[in-house]
Design a protein around this ligand. Structure first.
Ligand code: FES
Length: 107
């Protein structure tokens, strides 16, 4: 079992258990987390699952795909170097304890 922590703009944090092979977005929606809309259901088409990856974890994520990179140019809140789509972050044992910060809004 792995876990991911989402930190809300008001600094509240939610630590969620994630299933095997589940994306961070899927864990968030399964737990009814506020702040992740995931309108396209994880198909890398909506950018409403935008997150900022905590600096300590950035180097541990796999390289971003071209589609994700392009979509991140259309996020509702500013794109930062730490921006990722949470539907593209597949939880693995190596990512246990991952920390993601939520933007102010997704649309
Ligand atoms: S859920 Fe739509 S891009 Fe991630």
């Amino acid at each position: 079992m792995t876990a991911v922590t989402f930190i809300h703009p008001n600094r509240r944090s939610d630590r969620l258990e994630t299933g095997d092979g589940e994306s961070a977005m899927q864990a968030a929606t399964r737990h009814g987390l506020d702040g992740i809309l995931a309108e396209c259901g994880g198909n890398a088409m909506c950018a409403t699952c935008h997150v900022y990856v905590d600096d300590d974890w950035l180097a541990r994520l796999p390289a971003m795909g071209d589609q994700e990179d392009a979509l991140l140019d259309g996020t509702a809140c500013d794109r930062l170097p730490s921006s990722y789509l949470s539907c593209q972050i597949r939880m693995t044992p190596e990512l246990d304890g991952l920390v993601l910060r939520l933007p102010e809004r997704q649309v």
